[in-house]
Design a binder for this molecule. Structure first.
Ligand code: DAH
Length: 340
């Protein structure tokens, strides 16, 4: 048995020696010390030994097991370190590799123009106000002198939610809300979405954007309106742009006007963009009707004001020479990236 044990010791120690990964080392341990291991098998034969031999062999077997365990723990330490080192080597970060490009979004052309518009009017002392898109008819129509039966209320070109609620057709509703809430002087602009039952084509969309402007104070005149709009459009399009005020009718202003701009493409000579007119219609405006002021609790003998409403799509199309309004809503990246 002594021989058997010594042989076992040799083969077990060389198994440790030769194991070059943790798995092989573990297998060697099981093969030697496990339930069915070789040392265990030898120890099972102890019963056949004489009483004198037994403690001697027992001591030898223990010594061998200790030798094995010592060799085993030293080796496992070495192998673990080697594995860790290999992992660190293989996972190391190469900061010189090219990065992954993240695609940034771009501002939508309507927002670019709107931001510019806000900038120009805030620099003239205006503040921003907002109103609901689902609005009571009294704010969209009645209090703007557009009573029941007026053509502007025709259900055919308006989305009604019920008899007294509409998707607002114009931002002029915010004039009323503002004048009912504040005392003059009032200088506000109100950008936002509006809705009309229009078929979509190159110049129409059932949803579009307007910006309303309102200035009410003592002694405000039509000259103030002209000067304000002229300043606005020159800042937006450059000093060479010309404005033309044409008499018009809106129920909520008196007098009322529509404003045309000289065509940015031909400068006024007439081209396909302005349909040979030389002018492009830009907005509606006028002096706030005395009855509208009265409707909102403002005394027209003391105060006067002007108002205007401008289409943001229209400004944008002209600004970037875009010939079809639908491009603004289609989310075609090839189009949108051009405004980066
Ligand atoms: N609300 C008009 C429209 O949608 C535009 C407009 C005209 C607004 C005259 C006004 C105004 O404030 O005074 O066409």
């Amino acid at each position: 048995m002594r021989e058997q044990l010594n042989e076992l010791k040799q083969s077990a120690l060389s198994a440790i020696e030769n194991a070059d990964d943790i798995k092989t080392l573990e297998e060697a341990r099981v093969a030697f010390l496990g339930k069915k291991g070789s040392l265990t098998a030898v120890l099972k034969q102890m019963g056949t030994l004489s009483a004198e031999e037994r403690p001697v062999m027992g001591a030898l077997a223990n010594e061998i097991r200790e030798a094995f365990e010592g060799g085993y723990s030293a080796k496992i330490e070495t192998l673990k370190n080697a594995e860790l080192f290999a992992r660190i080597e293989s996972e190391k970060l190469d900061v010189t590799l090219p990065g992954v490009r993240r695609r940034m979004g771009t501002r939508h052309p309507l927002n670019i123009v709107l931001d510019e518009l806000k900038g120009i009017f805030t620099s003239m002392g205006y503040t921003m106000v907002y109103g609901p898109e689902v609005e009571e008819t009294k704010y969209v129509f009645d209090l703007l002198n557009t009573f029941e039966g007026h053509p502007a209320r025709d259900e055919q070109d308006t989305f009604y939610v019920d008899d007294s609620t509409v998707l607002r057709t114009q931002t002029s509703s915010v004039q009323i809300r503002t004048m009912m809430e504040r005392k003059p002087p009032i200088a506000v602009i109100s950008p936002g979405r509006v809705y009309r039952c229009d078929e979509a084509d190159s110049t129409h969309s059932p949803i579009f954007h307007q910006c309303e402007g309102l200035f009410v104070d003592k002694g405000v005149t039509f000259a103030d309106l002209k000067g304000t709009l002229e300043t606005f459009f020159k800042r937006l399009y450059g000093d060479s742009v010309k404005l033309r005020f044409r008499p018009h009718h809106f129920p909520y202003t008196e007098p009322s006007a529509e404003v045309d701009l000289s065509c940015f493409k031909c400068g006024g000579g007439g081209c396909s963009f302005c349909k040979g007119e030389g002018w492009i219609e830009m907005l509606g405006c006028g002096m706030v009707h005395p009855q509208v002021l009265r409707n909102c609790g403002i005394d027209p003998d003391e105060y006067s004001g002007f108002a205007f409403g401008v289409g943001i799509e229209r400004i944008t199309l002209m600004r970037y020479e875009i010939d079809d309004m639908r491009l603004l809503y289609e989310n075609d990246m090839r189009f949108l990236r051009q405004f980066a």
